[in-house]
Each structure stands twice: as C-alpha cells, then as structure tokens.
Design a protein around this ligand. Structure first.
Ligand code: PMP
Length: 360
C-alpha cells in the first residue's frame, strides 16, 4: 500500500507513535480494565491522566506558576465571545490586528459584546503580510490587544510576539507547540486542539491568574474562565479522550527534546517546501510575503489554475492527501504541523517538481 501523508489543516495528522499507543491502550488503560472513554472524569485514573497532561504542557511551554491551564470545549470559536464577556466591562474596548480569515471572525463575534478597534489590517493586500507594529494605531481606551499568531487559511504567521502594555490575547490554534513561546508575555492564549495538540473537541486556554474573576454578571456559567479555573477543568464533564490523546502528544514532544528541537524540524520542513515553490520559476507561487510565511500552513497557487484538479488527483494517487486550499481562497495548502514527518514533505516536494516538469 502507498504510504499516506495527510496535509489537512485540521483535524490534522497525529503522530503515528501516539496513535499506536492509543491502539494498544484502547481497551485496557494501564491495567485498569477500562478504555479512557469509559472512565469517570473524577476517578483516580483520569485524574492522573489530566494532571500529567497539564504538567507536561507546563514543561513544554515553560508556563509560569501564575497561569492557569484550562481544558475546555467549544473550540477556538467560543473564546471569541468568552474574551469580551470575561475580560472587558460592558462598554470596554479591545484593540485587534486583522491579518485574515480568523482575525475577521474573531472581530465579528467580539463586536457583539465590546467595542472592537481594528488597529492594523493587511486586507489592502489580500492578507499577505503582517502590518509593521510601528504602524499600529493603538487606542487609549483599549484594555486588551488581540491577534491571531498564525492565520491557518492565509498561511500568515507572526515572527515575533507583539509588544503590548495591555494584556495580550492570542489565538494560537495553528501554531501552538510548533516553537518555544514566552507565555509570560500573554494575558491569555487559546488554541483548538485539532492541529498541534490532539483530536477536535478539546480547546486549551492558558490564562494569567489576575485576569480571572472579572466576568460580567450575565456571563453564562460554562463560558466563565474562573468557573473552569476554580473547578480545575472539571466543572462539567471535560472531553476526556481528547485530553488523554493530548497528553500522549505532549509526551511525544518532550521525548524529542521539547520545543527547541521541534522548532528546528519545523524550520527544516517549511524551508524545503518554500524552496521548492521558489525554485519552480513561477510554476508555483506563494501569495504570502517572505517574512510572514507560516511554518505550519503553506499556501501555494499553480500559475495555470486549470491544472489544479490534475495536481490534486495526481497527489492523491501518490498518497498525498488534503492539499486543496480553503474554499475561500482556492489554490493549494499544505499543512505541515508537528506530526507531519519530514519524509512526507520530501515526497510532496518531489511530486511538485515532477508535476511542474511534466506540465510546465
Ligand atoms: N482560529 C484559528 C487560527 C483556526 O485555525 C481555527 C480553526 N481552523 C479556529 C480559530 C476555529 O477553531 P474551532 O473550529 O476549533 O472553533
């Protein structure tokens, strides 16, 4: 059978080793006689699983003691309304940077509950870059700053953490754990699991403790960060299986030497792909300005877009799956999260070169 490489943007490829461990442990977790899916979330077995997962995540990201780690549901989407409800008063203002699809969705949703001030946008050039920080029109009234560290659809990634005098809020869904991050620079980080963490259905938030306890009176209980923090993510039934798989992914990352080592691999993988695009004499084109090209999601277009279907069909036959770009932008996109082996990227690059040669 052809070796399959899955370039989906999420839910995305999981480490093979992790899947094999899940398979081995599926019907009997560590001699308990139970599958993790069958365990009480308050039992001693699952308590061990969630504690270990949190400890390993803390180790990986160097999360300071004054931050809570929350295992939540509702996806990254729910945070778009949790953020204003928890962190801003009724007439509060949030500054935001608009770098693409997910920034726009966050803005639209936050507007229901807050004044949203777009301090910079790259919409003028079809979201192909991150506006220079020196041009950001920060507002005096704002008490938060929100940005999306990696636009999963556009393939635009912030190279650095922005400076901010107000708490910095970051949608890190598609870049978390791909490189070391100084968590102490943030007020809140949130990320859906289904890219670099584990299965969908789990969303992780990392929040500085002094931001807790300030939710508006009408905040639904399930949307109150403090409720989840006080209950150690056990206010209601958490997504237990997702937390278990995430914990295995964290161990897999630690075993590779942590995020410094992981980042090196990601740089190598992304470079291979961008170099292949650059070396194609315009046959392939990446719409993103070089300094902001994502290491996780690599969008590219074929000069003659009539070849798109042939490219995708040939890729599929070669075992290279889910390369079609998001329906809103078209073209191609190769998502190369942590779990994509470098061999998969090499096979894709080889396929791209061969395709270009035979269709150029
Ligand atoms: N933000 C980013 C950067 C994303 O990539 C996604 C999902 N692709 C979301 C938010 C929304 O996540 P969810 O579907 O988990 O709500």
């Amino acid at each position: 059978m052809t070796q399959i490489y899955n370039f989906s943007a999420g839910p995305a490829v999981l480490p093979r080793e992790v899947l094999l461990t899940v398979q081995q442990e599926l019907t009997d977790w560590h001699g308990s006689g139970m599958c993790v899916m069958e365990m009480s979330h308050r039992g001693k077995e699952f308590t061990q699983i969630i504690h270990e997962a949190e400890a390993d995540l803390r180790k990986l990201l160097g999360i300071p003691k004054n931050y809570k780690v929350l295992f939540l549901q509702g996806g990254a989407h729910l945070h778009f309304s949790m953020i204003p409800l928890n962190l801003l008063p009724e007439n509060g203002t949030i500054d935001v940077v608009n770098t693409g699809h997910w920034s726009k969705i966050a803005i639209k949703e936050m507007k229901r509950f807050a004044k949203v001030n777009v301090i910079a946008s790259s919409e003028d050039r079809n979201f192909s870059y991150v506006p220079a920080e020196s041009t950001w029109q920060r507002s005096k009234e704002a008490s938060l700053l929100h940005y999306c560290a990696n636009e999963t659809i556009g393939g635009v990634e912030f190279a650095d953490i922005p400076k901010s005098e107000v708490p910095l809020i970051c949608d890190m869904s598609s870049t978390i754990l791909s490189r070391p991050m100084d968590v102490s620079k943030f007020g809140l980080i949130y990320a859906g699991a289904q890219k670099n963490i584990g299965p969908s259905g789990l969303c992780i938030a990392i929040i500085r403790e002094d931001l807790l306890g300030k939710s508006r009176a009408n905040t639904p209980t399930m949307m109150d960060y403090s409720v989840h923090a006080d209950a150690e993510s056990m206010y209601n039934t958490p997504p237990t299986f997702g937390i278990y798989v995430a914990g295995l992914v964290f161990k897999w990352l630690l075993n590779q030497g942590g995020l410094v080592a992981v980042e090196q691999k990601n740089i190598e993988k992304a470079s291979l792909l961008y170099e292949t695009i650059e070396a194609s004499n315009g046959f392939y084109h990446c719409p993103v300005d070089k300094p902001f090209r994502s290491r996780m999601n690599v969008p590219f277009n074929i000069r003659n877009e009539k070849l798109d279907d042939d490219f995708l069909a040939g890729a599929k036959a070669a075992g290279l799956l889910q390369l079609k770009g998001h329906r809103s932008v078209g073209g191609m996109r190769a998502s190369i999260y942590n779990a994509m082996p470098i061999e998969g990227v090499r096979v894709l690059c080889e396929y791209m070169r061969t395709f270009a040669k035979s269709h150029g």
